[in-house]
Design a protein around this ligand. Structure first.
Ligand code: NAG
Ligand code: NAG
Ligand code: NAG
Ligand code: NAG
Ligand code: NAG
Ligand code: NAG
Ligand code: NAG
Ligand code: NAG
Ligand code: NAG
Ligand code: NAG
Ligand code: NAG
Ligand code: NAG
Length: 559
């Protein structure tokens, strides 16, 4: 990467090498070139011949019709509510959590949307005798160092501390369906409405946009919430009853700001878990029921694999471009069905591997590249927001908001580890920077006929502004010389064709790294969660193209 370090390209060092057998499938515009040696400052170093694959990409200067609109809160959060008080703080706000949320507001002018609930929402009772929250936890284990509480009892304070979040935060909160206890759902809803109408919350314009009635009801038979007669017909009937009660308690109507979430299923029409899918509940008439008329958004949940019983996950698999597309595009029929009913579509809970992530996969720098490609690709199929699931001490977190006393990987005791961000947080920052604060951003995928490189173009006010490129080859210690891809950019259509571009790089040592990433030379691995260090970008002529190493992402801003 000599030319990035020195800020200019040295074509004389790139000796064309044409005709590799791997260049089959119509990659005629590609040429493989070998970087046999290069200059590092004043030192002449001979390397073990890293390969530089050259590709040409063509980017439209104006937004193609139908380009996806990207909101500033595209990357949002879903929080397991058994430890909600740790995230936001009880008597005073959790400053670290607020800072790492505020970082997004600084970039997009929009706070992340926060979903609270998840599996815990269906284990929660309400009591006027509890101030904030009382939990019963199973013991920690190697596979699940930070298990979810089996019993959760919350009081009014649990909801009131929503006031600790940044100004303008939109919230999606779950109430209990699984316990089939209408009183629990009702009392939770009453407490929610009280919290959101309190002066502290109203002043900060923190708003309850969605109530979710039940989490992953398609799993209720599997997780012993219901007996073997559980099916989608029974679900629709129970949901309509509970959601009607909730909607009355919350005074919801077609004109109210707060609406209901539809589905919140673990599965999709693709795997058709016990016949549950958005299509199935539409066919059963849920949208015509009094409560169903208050559904504005369909939410589904997705993980690319599972660590529920341990077992190996492969980091390169998580990062693989075709698998990322496979994991998202399986929702296409569900998204189309929602859209045909005029409903928005989100992934209300997702992350890499279910049951809190896989060790040395979900918590790594490679997972950051997964998150970036997964998120941006999701926008291309009609997913408008993606809530990455988080819990205290989970492996796949973007954010660890409280001090940890045992390892997230295997539960062994560790020296207290202060609140910190994990590698995936950088990907959320990159997505935020690509979107920016204009409120007009659209994006299209840049067609790249390569298995290991993906790209997206961003438009503001209809005009090309930025591009993101991601190299999804997992580069590991001991793998030998690090290859890279040289990307030449040309433009199509009418509009201003930039001559120069600035390139900001997510630098990663190895895909398996869990710390020491830098984004434009800066770090978010700080005690207060604020960015630190001088910003470094390369400013290059567009005509020189740009290099992208294995396990790397770049943000190109056209100047
Ligand atoms: C139903 O929920 C209420 C409020 O959460 C709780 O006090 C009560 O014990 C629950 N009933 C049962 C049978 O679990
Ligand atoms: C936990 O909740 C279950 C019902 O979900 C109840 O049967 C059990 O008694 C509760 N345990 C305790 C210790 O409260
Ligand atoms: C909702 O359920 C609660 C608790 O069972 C009950 O007190 C209330 O009357 C119900 N509301 C409606 C509109 O049925
Ligand atoms: C947040 O809202 C509060 C209450 O309206 C206001 O005092 C404060 O200035 C706002 N902060 C920001 C950063 O806008
Ligand atoms: C309050 O938040 C809502 C939802 O994000 C937003 O549409 C509205 O403009 C905000 N109001 C103010 C006064 O900032
Ligand atoms: C399952 O539970 C429902 C509701 O509690 C009950 O009516 C039904 O008889 C049960 N079915 C079986 C097969 O146990
Ligand atoms: C209920 O909502 C209606 C319309 O959305 C509003 O006019 C009314 O004031 C609300 N009532 C309460 C008690 O909040
Ligand atoms: C989803 O991703 C995983 C790797 O994370 C892969 O094993 C699986 O095949 C992918 N699924 C699809 C449908 O592509
Ligand atoms: C994860 O990586 C650490 C550090 O390399 C290693 O000690 C540990 O054995 C790995 N754990 C698993 C489950 O692979
Ligand atoms: C770790 O220990 C500290 C000090 O006892 C405590 O405040 C903190 O809550 C513990 N962290 C977790 C996640 O339990
Ligand atoms: C670099 O590319 C060559 C040729 O495709 C390949 O043999 C080698 O394994 C690659 N090295 C790494 C670290 O990916
Ligand atoms: C991270 O970087 C710092 C400073 O460069 C260094 O001291 C530390 O050893 C690095 N940590 C790891 C895990 O590589």
């Amino acid at each position: 990467m000599a030319h990035q370090i020195m800020g200019l390209v040295i074509p004389a060092l790139l000796q064309p090498y044409i005709g590799s057998g791997s260049c089959a499938l119509g990659l005629h515009q590609n040429r493989e070139v070998m970087l046999r040696s290069m200059m590092w400052g004043a030192h002449f170093v001979t390397l073990v011949a890293p390969i530089v694959l050259a590709i040409e990409v063509t980017i439209p200067l104006t937004a193609p019709s139908g380009a996806a609109s990207l909101m500033g809160n595209l990357v949002s959060l879903s929080i397991e509510q058994d430890r909600w008080t740790d995230w936001v703080g009880t008597t005073e706000p959790n400053t670290f959590f607020n800072n790492v949320l505020d970082n997004f507001i600084q970039i997009t002018n929009t706070p992340p949307f926060v979903r609270i609930g998840a599996d815990s929402e269906d284990h929660t009772d309400f009591s006027y005798d509890v101030e904030y929250e009382e939990d019963i936890f199973p013991p920690s284990s190697t596979i699940t160092p930070y298990p979810e509480a089996t019993n959760i009892t919350v009081g009014q304070g649990f909801y009131d501390i929503i006031s600790h979040l940044p100004n303008g935060t939109q919230v999606h909160w779950g109430v209990n369906l699984r316990e089939y206890n209408l009183t629990a759902a009702y009392l939770e809803t009453v407490a929610l409405m009280k919290a959101f109408s309190s002066p502290a919350v109203v002043e900060k314009n923190i708003t309850l946009k969605f109530i979710e009635v039940g989490n992953e009801a398609d799993l209720y038979y599997n997780n012993k919430g219901r007996n073997s007669s559980w099916n989608v017909q029974e679900y629709v009937s129970e949901w309509e009853d509970f959601a009607y009660n909730v909607s009355m308690a919350a005074n919801l109507s077609k004109s109210s700001y707060t609406k209901l979430i539809g589905a919140a299923f673990a599965g999709s029409s693709h795997n058709n878990l016990s016949g549950f899918s958005p299509q199935a509940i539409f066919n059963l008439g849920i949208l015509e029921s009094p409560a169903g008329q208050l559904i504005e958004t369909i939410s589904q949940h997705h993980y690319s694999g599972s660590f529920c019983t341990g077992g190996g996950a492969v980091l390169q698999d998580l990062m693989t471009k075709s698998y990322i597309r496979g994991n998202i595009s399986m929702y296409n029929p569900d998204i189309e069905a929602a859209s045909a009913k005029g409903l928005n579509y989100i992934l209300g809970e997702t992350n890499s591997m279910s049951c809190h992530g896989a060790p040395n996969v979900s918590n790594t720098a490679g997972a950051a590249l997964w998150l970036l490609d997964y998120t941006l690709y999701a926008t291309q199929v009609g997913i408008s927001r993606i809530h990455f699931h988080e819990g205290i001490g989970y492996k796949y977190n973007l954010i660890q908001p409280t001090t940890l006393n045992y390892s997230i990987l295997d539960g062994s005791p560790i020296a207290p580890l202060a609140p910190h961000i994990q590698p995936a947080y950088y990907a959320a920052i990159i997505a935020a920077e690509a979107i920016g604060s204009s409120g007009t951003t659209q994006a299209v995928e840049i067609p790249i006929d390569e298995n290991n490189v993906s790209g997206y173009a961003f438009f503001e006010h209809g005009t090309l502004s930025k591009a993101v490129f991601i190299n999804t080859i997992a580069y590991f210690s001991g793998a030998g010389a690090r290859n890279s891809t040289h990307i030449d950019v040309s433009f199509t259509g009418s509009g201003h064709a930039a001559n120069r571009m600035s390139v900001k790089t997510l630098k990663i040592g190895y895909a398996s790294d869990t710390t020491n990433l830098t984004w434009g030379g800066q770090t978010y691995e700080t005690s207060d969660g604020r960015v630190s260090g001088p910003l470094i970008v390369d400013v290059l002529p567009v005509s020189s193209g740009v290099d992208l190493q294995e396990t790397e992402a770049i943000l190109v801003t056209f100047l």
